[in-house]
Design a binder for this molecule. Sequence first.
Ligand SMILES: Cc1cc2nc3c(=O)[nH]c(=O)nc-3n(C[C@H](O)[C@H](O)[C@H](O)COP(=O)(O)OP(=O)(O)OC[C@H]3O[C@@H](n4cnc5c(N)ncnc54)[C@H](O)[C@@H]3O)c2cc1C
Length: 495
Amino acid sequence: MNSPNNAPSRRKFLQTAAVGAVLGPYTLVLGGRAVAAGSRGAPAAGWPNFAKGEVVRTGGQLTADGRFVETQRALPIAGRSDVLIVGGGPAGIGAALAAARAGAKTQLIETAGCLGGVWTAGMLTKIIDGGNKPGIMKEILAAMVARGSLVAKQTQGAIYDPELMKLVLEEMCVTAGIKIRLHTHLVGAVTDQRNRLVAVVTESKSGRQAWVADRFIDCSGDGDLAAQAGCRFDVGATADCECQPMSLMALLAGVNTELVPEFIREIGGGEAKTRFYELMKQSGINPSYRQPTLRHLHSGIFSLMTNHEYGVPAYDADQISVATIRARAEIHAIVAGLRRIGGPWKDVAVVATAEQIGIREGRRVRGRQTVTAADLAQGKKSDDGVCRVTFGIDVHDVWSDSTNPKGADVMENVRRARKQGVKPYDIPLPALIAGDVDGLMMAGRCISGDFIAHASYRVTGNAVPMGEAAGLASAVSLKKGVLPHELSWREIKAT
Ligand SMILES: Cc1cc2nc3c(=O)[nH]c(=O)nc-3n(C[C@H](O)[C@H](O)[C@H](O)COP(=O)(O)OP(=O)(O)OC[C@H]3O[C@@H](n4cnc5c(N)ncnc54)[C@H](O)[C@@H]3O)c2cc1C
């Protein structure tokens, strides 16, 4: 598929450089020496030997107004693909598998050390709204049933073990021939003069690198790629960008399931959360999340959600770091408190906390169509519908203080929307296509939608089919030599 006609030409790159992007004439500084380098990032004479641990040194100037101005430098092109996906969460997995299976040379870039996003690095343990989906979602649930615990079997794969999920996703992606790059963070994107996305820039142990592709899909959850590409986006409930809280998940052990059934979500029902909260309160524990959820996975291993971090923007690394450290301390303090209760809780222990704090909301990238609260109330269907959502509106308190007047307004809107109800509705293909930049699609929680709609479609059972649609649309559009917005969903499926 990556024919010479499709491959980005040298000319295109010079145009890219002309609009202020990454490539162009440069000098490369190695070990303090200035070394002239080849023009297209080929590892020619003068390049450091990355295999031996050499690096490209950073040059630049600290300015009087408190900035660091980096010297222009060349980057190696780390890979060329037909479809490049940023983010290996539920949406990214769907996108990568669909693109690869449709014959596209597919590259997946993920910042964590595993695939799965909130499913794995975030240690979520439940797939919502997935049981009614065909395709890749169905395959993943079937794998959880076949290889998972009794609980996984009893829930048709909806309650899963995050460690098994890591393994299954890696096997599926490797089998499909997807090139996977873990531990690699997207930090930049390059558009050409036609306003088409042509390359992305990453940072990793291998340094700063550029990746060239014909189609891109933003599955970063937070819309990092789209923002870097210059797309407009919305954040949060109001113009002040307040978002739903983040939560750090944990795994526990040391409790006999038969002694605490009334606190386990799948046995005790919805009441289990209230009981668990009351137990904590009576014991002097005051969790930041008032509906702590305890799930038994297998072998005496439980998952616990008991934390809320309010007012933390998804794109502020400092605030995320502080929130993560505070959340981890809270989880350990809560579990120590449970141990003090004694009885069945006397040996309860934290086995692991998630590597990544769970982010409910980031950027919602403006697409060619936007899913709105009205669509949910109407149960709007579309000929271009790529995923039918049946989940309701799940908004966690946006502010810790329920007396906050702005919070009251937002929650009033949420109450009104909930009262109207949610009828099964479709996510239309154009909501997955960036409105401001060509060659870019989105899938998962960063698609084009409003605050209320996002609170419904964001769950993982919808993220996977959205990704699947974006992966297929990207691959088919490339095969047909058009852009994704030039095709209907019917044409894409027919191909
Ligand atoms: C605490 C919590 C509880 C939830 N409970 C449920 C539940 O019970 N059931 C359910 O179905 N859904 C639940 N959700 C919602 C659901 O997890 C998310 O909305 C869903 O994961 C969205 O999938 P995604 O692929 O869009 O995003 P994510 O799962 O967030 O995946 C995004 C991926 O992109 C990677 N990434 C991000 N930025 C970059 C970058 N710059 N460069 C490279 N990689 C990057 C991330 O590491 C991650 O792997 C919950 C969410 C949270 C936070």
